[in-house]
Design a binder for this molecule. Structure first.
Ligand code: FEO
Length: 388
């Protein structure tokens, strides 16, 4: 339960949630952290708190640095309760602390807590002097809530952007270079795909707003802090915010008696023949939040379901609902599926892919009962034609 001094007088005092496996439907196989930061100057600021059940852990870390009753400011960069859930407990100890948040943050916290606390609402350009250091605030609305805000400490070249640049990783390591770029990037990609993806326009605005800042550390509210791969992760965010896809494919399907599965593997063969990297995601084996990580950079999104009860399988429907909400753009969609009679699943999938504003270059890729070699050959030819 040690705090970690990440800059002179700036401490990580968060909580580590080793057991977290589900974050409102996002599968978090690696757990997570709720990162809170204590800045000790003439005035003392706590930037964000932790989920309510990690309050004692955070408090124990704070106590090793200062008397927590001395905290002057609690900066609430974001209302969601994984970061604000310990504010009231903290105020029981730091009774005179001012809650600093965006105007929307103030509205949200009042709604959550049903209390009018000692709020100081700030906007972009506002700052608070702590002594040697200043806290400058930048509103980053809809990255990913209307209240979201980043705090910048110019004297430390430190950006505290809350959820932005986060990853759901529980670890004893605190920095990107200790954990390894590939592993951190993969979880940052999953985080982006499942939390931030709908807000590309706002991410670009936020990147623009912080582009002039001198930054040598980005300390998000989940996972590892960035000190060695700052340009790389900002580059990734630019790519993802602009829906810049790679020439890659993901084939997502569920199957009843393996007929739709055989179509999925025939489609995979076409991408292989064309040297287009391709992932197969059986929804019985893959969580939809992992499938979205595959979708994040894939140009081609192929979705297959047999027909059941005049529609698609519920697993495929759930995935499509989830993906539509996350709103990936600039994709090519392909629907396919087997059927016994009726065969409505394929047109239903096509309709949703079109509602996602995907280009759907080929339609009606159905096979009755069990596709034979000739039918699979014809399917492959149609896919080849569609993706050439
Ligand atoms: Fe990590 Fe939007 O809360």
């Amino acid at each position: 339960m040690k705090p970690l001094e990440i800059k002179k007088g700036v401490y990580w005092v968060g909580g580590i949630d080793w057991d977290l496996r589900n974050f409102h439907g996002y599968s978090t196989q690696m757990g997570s952290t709720y990162n809170a930061y204590l800045i000790v100057d003439k005035k003392i600021a706590l930037v964000d708190t932790v989920k309510h059940y990690k309050f004692d852990e955070m408090l124990e870390r704070i106590k090793q640095v200062i008397d927590p009753s001395k905290i002057d400011y609690i900066i609430s960069n974001h209302t969601e309760m994984d970061h604000s859930g310990s504010i009231l407990d903290m105020l029981d100890i730091a009774k005179n602390a001012v809650i600093v948040c965006s105007p929307n943050g103030e509205k949200g916290l009042k709604k959550h807590f049903k209390k009018d606390l000692n709020f100081k609402a700030v906007n972009t350009g506002d700052s608070i002097n702590l002594g040697k250091r200043n806290l400058n605030f930048v509103l980053i609305q809809m990255v990913h809530w209307p209240d979201s805000m980043a705090t910048y400490v110019p004297e430390e070249k430190l950006l505290l952007p809350n959820d932005a640049f986060g990853q759901h990783i529980a670890s004893t390591e605190r920095f990107d270079d200790e954990f390894g770029w590939d592993r951190v990037k993969n979880e940052a990609a999953k985080y982006y795909a499942n939390i931030v993806l709908p807000f590309g326009v706002q991410v670009n605005k936020a990147l623009e707003a912080v582009s002039g800042l001198d930054i040598d550390m980005i300390a998000p509210s989940h996972g590892l802090m960035w000190r060695s791969n700052i340009k790389d992760i900002i580059g990734c965010y630019k790519k993802w915010a602009n829906n810049a896809c790679d020439k890659k494919a993901v084939i997502v399907y569920d199957t009843m008696w393996h007929s739709t599965e055989s179509m999925a593997y025939a489609i995979k063969d076409v991408f292989e023949e064309k040297d287009i990297p391709c992932e197969i995601r059986n929804l019985q084996a893959s969580h939809i939040s992992d499938v979205m990580t595959s979708v994040l950079e894939a140009k081609y999104v192929c979705v297959g379901s047999p027909t059941l009860n005049n529609g698609m399988l519920p697993s495929v429907s759930a995935f499509l609902t989830y993906m539509k909400g996350l709103a990936p753009k600039n994709r090519i969609g392909i629907a396919f599926g087997s059927y016994g009679w009726g065969g409505q699943s394929v047109s239903d999938i096509e309709n949703i892919l079109e509602a996602c504003k995907f280009e759907v270059p080929v339609k009606g890729l159905k096979a009755q009962w069990v596709p034979d070699e000739k039918e699979l050959f014809e399917l492959k030819n149609k896919i080849k034609e569609a993706i050439k």
